[in-house]
Design a protein around this ligand. Structure first.
Ligand code: GDP
Ligand code: IMO
Ligand code: MG
Length: 429
């Protein structure tokens, strides 16, 4: 089956953008299926960095058809900014290289205002990206969202705003003590954006299914990570979409039987941005060292990422809820020069050993990790391009992960650049 899902197996920022960019060279179609511009996917080519928030990370390859599926929520102004930046770099020369589902939902200015206001008022903050993601998905679930199909029609757009803005303004004014938003202003801005985006809008489920039926190579690009899934993550410290592999079907409009491989991208350690439980977090000098060496600052908000050891208990869970078939291991170079390494292999809660994460965040906060210790390696792995180039200790570290999870590692990355990788097997070889 020539379709491959690439998704985050931890709390996001595992390096999905980089992996998609590498695999896109041999792919025909790249599809985003959930999330919005809370995502920040980095691609580094020839030392030049491109950060993508809405647009699939395959866009740097002119041959690749990029699709934003119905499960995504889109901020038109952000998307247009991204399109303009790509065009300024001489990319996206054909508008139809990027297609947007007519069923995708629009993130409106009041969603952004409500996200920020809600976060500011909360005693226990989630640390959202403030991009309006939660309110946009809430409106979708409440059946009061704005889909791209209606967004393109001025009459329907105005009617939608006339219907929905009063409630948002009521909340902003009366509950959050914020200034209300002006309908005419929002309407004019959105209408202008709609005119520019019209050329990209398409019934994308058809495009994706046609590609699959024609035997084309399709890559599905996840955003966020498994532990941020609204059902399976560390609720309520999660995003508002399903991020696991199952979301490919609902967010792109394909059947489960169309999915070939499901590759989980995992950092050689763990990071998390925003609040929530994180048992293997290193709140010390070592955590700071990982942050410095890994450049662990958010691609979307610039916030410092929390850093810690790799947690194989968490990864086992991610393996199961996604049905992972393979792993991609990133940022191995960040562990260079540490004399010993730890990996989480269980939790202790109230004197009892747990081999799975508890469903309640309150319990997960109290879990203490149980570690297995391995040797680190001297020197740097950055120059390694083949398995045999890696120091023995790095090989052992990777073998331990593979054994523990019963999954093969198919790609190892040792630097942010496209070429700084050890490709053990190409999914589209
Ligand atoms: P994504 O959201 O999963 O696409 O990941 P991000 O782009 O938010 O964060 C990953 C960061 O790590 C980016 O700055 C990448 O350029 C960088 N990166 C990816 N792979 C490697 C690697 O193997 N080594 C190092 N040092 N950096 C990497
Ligand atoms: P990529 O695709 C890391 C986190 C936020 C916050 C929580 C909810 O780059 O891996 P939201 O704005 O979605 O309502 O915030 O989710 N979060 C991410 N963390 N990487 C991401 O995306 C994230 N997208 C959202 O920090 O804790
Ligand atoms: Mg990111």
């Amino acid at each position: 089956m020539p379709s491959v899902v690439i998704l985050g197996a931890q709390w996001g920022d595992e390096g999905k953008g980089m992996v998609i960019d590498i695999y896109a060279e041999k792919a025909d179609v790249i599809v985003r299926y959930q999330g919005g511009n809370n995502a920040g996917h980095t691609v580094v080519v020839g030392g030049e960095k491109t950060i993508l928030h809405h647009i699939p990370s395959g866009i740097l390859h002119a041959h690749a058809q990029c699709v934003i599926g119905n499960g995504v929520v889109l901020d038109p102004a952000v998307l247009l900014g991204e399109i303009d930046r790509l065009k300024a770099k001489g990319l996206l020369t054909n508008d139809r290289q990027l297609l947007i589902s007519d069923r995708a939902h629009v993130i409106c200015p009041h969603h952004v205002a409500l996200d920020k206001a809600a976060e500011a008022k909360k005693d226990t903050k989630l640390g959202t990206t403030g991009r309006g993601i939660g309110p946009a998905y809430r409106d979708k679930a409440a059946r009061s969202g704005l889909r791209f199909g209606e967004f393109l029609q001025p009459e329907a757009l105005r009617a939608h705003l006339a219907r929905e803005l009063p409630e948002a303004n009521f909340m902003l004014e009366k509950y959050y003590n914020q200034a209300p938003l002006q309908l005419e202003e929002i309407y004019e801005t959105l209408r202008g954006s709609a005119d520019r985006l019209r050329v990209h809008v398409e019934c994308t489920y058809r495009v994706v299914n046609d590609a699959l039926q024609a035997g084309k190579k399709v890559l599905f690009e996840g955003a966020q990570g498994t532990m941020l899934d609204v059902d399976h993550g560390t609720y309520p410290f999660v995003t508002s979409s399903n991020t696991i592999a199952g979301a490919v079907c609902t967010g792109a409009g394909i059947g489960p039987n169309q999915i070939g491989r499901i590759m989980g991208v995992v950092k050689a350690y763990t990071t998390r941005v925003g609040a929530g439980p994180f048992p293997t977090e290193l709140d010390d000098e070592l955590g700071q060292r990982l942050r410095d060496r890994g450049g662990e600052y958010g691609s979307t908000t610039g916030r410092p990422r929390r850093c810690g050891w790799l947690d194989l208990t968490q990864m086992k869970y991610a393996t199961e809820v996604n049905g992972l078939t393979d792993l991609v291991l990133t940022k191995l170079d960040v562990l260079d020069g540490l004399s010993s390494l730890r990996v989480g292999v269980g939790y202790e809660l109230d004197g009892r050993r747990l081999n799975v994460m508890p469903s309640l965040a309150a319990d997960y906060f109290r879990c203490r990790p149980i570690y297995h210790e391995l040797s680190g390696w001297p020197g740097s792995v950055s120059g390694c391009r083949q398995w045999d180039d890696l120091p023995d200790e790095a090989n052992e570290y990777i073998r331990f992960i593979e054994h523990y999870l019963h999954l093969p590692v198919k790609l190892i990355s040792v630097g942010p650049g496209r070429e700084e990788t050890i490709v053990l097997e190409q999914p589209f070889a």
